[in-house]
Design a protein around this ligand. Structure first.
Ligand code: COA
Length: 210
């Protein structure tokens, strides 16, 4: 049986654990920078990251925040793997890169390309020929219609819909329930139906990026 380790012991990690377990993967432990986090669903904390403890095991970065997940991934450069919940529908003609987690009942259709450390959350739908860059998060119930492009680090909020062929820039946030009908430039925060840009991620947000 395969074994993996996690980085992160918060709420998002619980969902990642479920995905691993349903795929028959044992979790040997988890790392967390916060010493107050000692236990995750009966699994013990291994403390701060120690490459010796993770040696030979794939590491899943179970952190929901895209910027934080990307910082950790760039810092560690540890081998990872793709995890897909047993209820997810992952086309054999889709390409998914390592570190990406496909949650319960998510659908990834034919011709899709998904980068590294992407989250395809519960019941997210990624239709044919979409292209998703590294560190994207498609939140629960969001729908990307065919040929959508989502650039690095962007969050597609819960229940949002992106219409066919629309391109979304890097490090954007699409608000929950939005309907994106036109391309969004980098660093946009957009909400509503049709989605309108309400602000750009400010200098503080940008400084936090990798
Ligand atoms: C879009 C979002 C990032 C805005 O957050 P924010 O910058 O803190 O903005 P605020 O809450 O201050 O709201 C600013 C305005 O936008 C409106 N607004 C916020 N989110 C909205 C949404 N999803 N749809 C429509 N309007 C929204 C607010 O009502 C407010 O309007 P007002 O100025 O007329 O009062 C956030 O509301 C959101 O939807 N995040 C996605 C969450 C999500 O799906 N996470 C996935 C977890 S798995």
């Amino acid at each position: 049986m395969k074994t993996a380790v996690l980085y992160g012991g918060g709420g998002h990690a619980k969902g990642v654990l479920e995905c691993l377990w349903s795929a028959g993967v044992l979790v040997a432990g988890f790392f967390d920078d916060d010493p107050a986090v000692t236990e995750l669903c009966g699994i013990r904390s291994l403390g701060t990251f120690d490459p010796a403890l993770a040696s030979g095991l794939p590491l899943l970065i179970a952190i929901g925040d895209n910027a934080t997940r990307s910082r950790v991934a760039r810092r560690l450069e540890h081998a990872s793997t793709v995890v897909s919940h047993s209820s997810a529908l992952l086309s054999t003609l889709a390409w998914v890169d390592e570190g990406t987690v496909v949650f319960h009942r998510a659908v990834v259709q034919s011709g899709v390309r998904v980068g590294r450390h992407v989250i395809l959350n519960t019941a997210a739908v990624v239709e044919h020929d979409c292209v998703l860059a590294d560190f994207v998060h498609v939140a629960p119930g969001a729908v990307l219609c065919g040929r959508v492009r989502v650039d690095e680090g962007t969050l597609i909020g819960a229940g949002a819909t992106v219409l066919p062929g629309v391109a979304i820039g890097r490090w954007c946030t699409v608000g929950a329930g939005a309907v994106v009908t036109r391309p969004l430039p980098d660093f946009s925060v957009a909400v509503g139906m049709p989605a309108r840009v309400i602000r750009k991620i400010g200098p503080v947000g940008i400084r936090q990026l990798p």
